[in-house]
Every structure is written in structure tokens, then in C-alpha cells.
Write a protein that binds this ligand. Structure first.
Ligand code: SF4
Length: 350
């Protein structure tokens, strides 16, 4: 069966079946832009084509099985189930400005095993397919439709290391950007990586305007190795060598999760300033959200602001990110509250 997300093959199918461009365009607007339920998407087609499209083009890969709405902010965590009953999580972020962002997952579990992260605790189960990544967006769009919202930003920052699933990630990004697909602008897309230098270079080559975030978290090699095992192979020195290339598009973001007593001292600040000197990176200071079983502690708001002030004085653009959804285990590093296979399917979406 064809996938609705495979734009070129769907075009070829429609040509073979004498479905003209106009109804195909209407179908895609209904599916990708309006977030209509699948039955309603089919109804925009002439009646004689509906059975062929429904029988040959698959339009759903996941089902929503859990929904958790934050009582404190505009976050909603969605838990999806795949066909092989794996749990996949995504988070809707309703920003106060009115914009809506969606944080999606790229893998079931994660093999990187960052010490501070709940998502990597059980290791990697499998990569998600491009269809499964994109279906997180389509299902969130359908759910948000009743609120009069649309997903405007997609960040690949949920469970998984996206660049360990490079082929599917690149395929998904093409459909997210495609005018015949979700048609999101490059600056509304962001991919976050623990730092895989070769894959980062391939990424900026193929998607020079899509935003790339590097989870740096320390500019001291011994500290970074302590909290991110991948740092042993992807050393700070190796990453620094590619910065002139990945940083040149001005879309380069450095993520720095502040962990009390680990990477928040004066020596950490000095190392960070020295390491990023001359790189037009935007530094995002992230609040740590404790989760059960972690020994790490967040720094105080005042300490975080002071850390940011020093970086600003050193000439960097700095933002302080306050994660939404920490009461529903949907904030950064908290995903994967639900692991393992479901016994049965209980769909929540209509
Ligand atoms: S922070 Fe990202 S790369 Fe590290 S374990 Fe968690 S999901 Fe994987």
C-alpha cells in the first residue's frame, strides 16, 4: 500500500488512475493543512475515486492511546501506539503567543543513554519510520482542529537521537517542508542532536535552512563524558571542527541543560565561552526537570539568569527555556514515561 506521505508515488498513482490534479490537491489540503478526519478527507474526492484511494493509499500509521493535559501550562502529552504496539510520545506546546509547536519522537527508546534523560533509560527498541514520525504531526493536527489551532513548528526533540535514524528523518523533513505536504517553513523546523559530527554535516548540506540544535551541556570534555557517553567518541574537539560549517547558516542552536553542581560553575562558564568563541551560535539554557530515579538537581532561577547574563556579556545570544509540561512528564528529558508494548489497542482519536 502507498503512504499518503510519499508525495511522488501518490502523484504517480493518481496519474495511473486518472485522478486529476485538482481533487488530489483538495485531498492534500484536507489531510495536511486542515487536519480533517480521514473519512472527511476522502469525501473531498469525486465519488468514483474514493474506493481506489481508500484501498491503495494508507493514511494512518499510529493511534492515540493516551492524552495528558497539563494543569499548569499549555502542554499536552500524546502517547501513540504503533502497529507493533510500541509506545511513541509527542508533546503539543501551546505557547502563550498563540503559536502551537509539536515536539515529536524519532525512535522508540534511545541508544545514547544520556545520564540526565528519562528517554534513554531502557535503551533503543527501534527506529521510527518516516510515516510514523509524520503521523505524530497529522494526528496532533486533527486533535488541535477542534481548538482552531494548527501545528506551526515541529521540533524533533522527543525520544530518540534523530541522526541515528537519518534516512527516515530526512524523508520526514522533506514531507514536512513540501508545498504538497505539511508545507512548514524551514525556520519552523528544528532537529536536536546529541552531536554526531558526520551526520550533522550531511544534515546542513541537505537542509541548510532547517534549524539544528546541538545538545552540548558542557564544554569540559571530562564533564560531558560523565553526562553523555557519546562524548567519548564525539569529542568536543571533533565537534568544534565542524562548527564553522554548521554555524554559518545562523540557525545553529547550542542547548545547555543546567545541572546543579555538575556544569553550572565558573569554570564551566569560562570553558563554554572559550569553546564557542567566534561561533554565531544561539545558546539556549534549559531548566532541568527532575524525574523519578534521577540524582540530578536543577539550578535556581537566579543562578540560571546569572549564568545567562555572563554569556550575554561575552557577546552570545542567550535564551532561557522554561519547559512546558513538567507536571505531565512531558518536559525536556522526561519523555518515555510509557515504555514497552501495549497489550491491546484502545484508540482515543475519533
Ligand atoms: S537526551 Fe536525547 S540523545 Fe540523550 S538519551 Fe535522551 S533522547 Fe537520547
Amino acid at each position: 500500500m502507498l503512504s499518503i506521505y510519499d508525495i511522488d508515488r501518490v502523484n504517480a498513482f493518481c496519474r495511473q488512475n486518472r485522478i486529476s490534479d485538482h481533487p488530489l490537491k483538495r485531498l492534500r489540503i484536507a489531510f495536511f493543512k486542515k487536519g480533517l478526519p480521514i473519512e472527511d478527507c476522502l469525501e473531498v474526492l469525486p465519488e468514483e475515486h474514493r474506493a481506489a484511494v481508500a484501498g491503495q493509499i494508507r493514511m494512518q500509521y499510529l493511534h492515540i492511546v493516551e492524552r495528558h493535559d497539563s494543569k499548569r501550562d499549555g502542554a499536552t502529552k500524546l502517547v501513540f501506539q504503533t502497529a507493533d504496539r510500541q509506545a511513541v510520545e509527542a508533546v503539543i506546546l501551546r505557547i502563550t503567543s498563540g503559536r502551537t509547536s509539536l515536539c515529536i519522537s524519532s525512535q522508540v527508546g534511545c541508544g545514547v543513554d544520556c545520564a540526565f534523560c528519562a528517554s534513554g533509560r531502557g535503551g533503543l527498541t527501534r527506529n521510527l519510520t518516516a510515516d510514523e514520525m509524520l503521523d505524530q504531526v497529522a494526528l496532533a493536527m486533527r486533535l488541535l482542529r477542534s481548538e482552531g489551532r494548527v501545528v506551526r513548528n515541529v521540533v524533533v526533540m522527543g525520544t530518540g537521537e534523530p541522526l541515528h535514524n537519518e534516512e527516515a528523518l530526512f524523508q520526514a523533513l522533506e514531507t514536512l517542508r513540501d508545498p504538497r505536504g505539511f508545507y512548514l517553513s524551514d525556520r519552523h523546523l528544528m532537529v536536536s542532536t546529541a552531536g554526531l559530527s558526520e551526520a550533522m554535516l550531511r544534515f546542513v548540506e541537505r537542509f541548510p535552512s532547517v534549524r539544528l540544535a546541538l545538545s552540548l551541556h558542557s564544554a569540559r570534555q571530562e564533564v560531558r563524558e560523565q553526562i553523555m557517553p557519546t562524548a567519548k567518541f564525539q569529542t568536543l574537539e571533533k565537534l568544534r571542527e565542524i562548527f564553522p560549517k554548521v554555524g554559518k547558516h545562523n540557525n545553529f542552536m547550542i542547548e545547555y541543560l543546567l545541572l546543579k553542581g555538575i556544569n553550572d560553575g565558573p569554570e564551566d562558564l569560562a570553558a563554554l565561552i572559550d569553546y564557542l568563541r567566534g561561533i554565531p551560535a544561539h545558546i539556549n539554557l534549559i531548566q532541568f526537570n527532575p524525574h523519578p530515579g534521577t540524582a540530578f538537581q536543577p539550578v535556581s532561577k537566579a543562578a540560571r539568569e546569572a549564568f545567562g547574563d555572563v554569556l550575554r556579556k561575552a557577546g552570545f545570544k542567550v535564551t532561557l527555556r522554561y519547559s512546558l509540561g513538567d507536571d505531565i512528564a512531558a518536559a525536556c528529558g522526561q519523555l518515555a514515561g510509557r515504555r514497552g508494548k501495549y497489550e491491546s489497542l484502545v484508540k482515543l482519536e475519533s
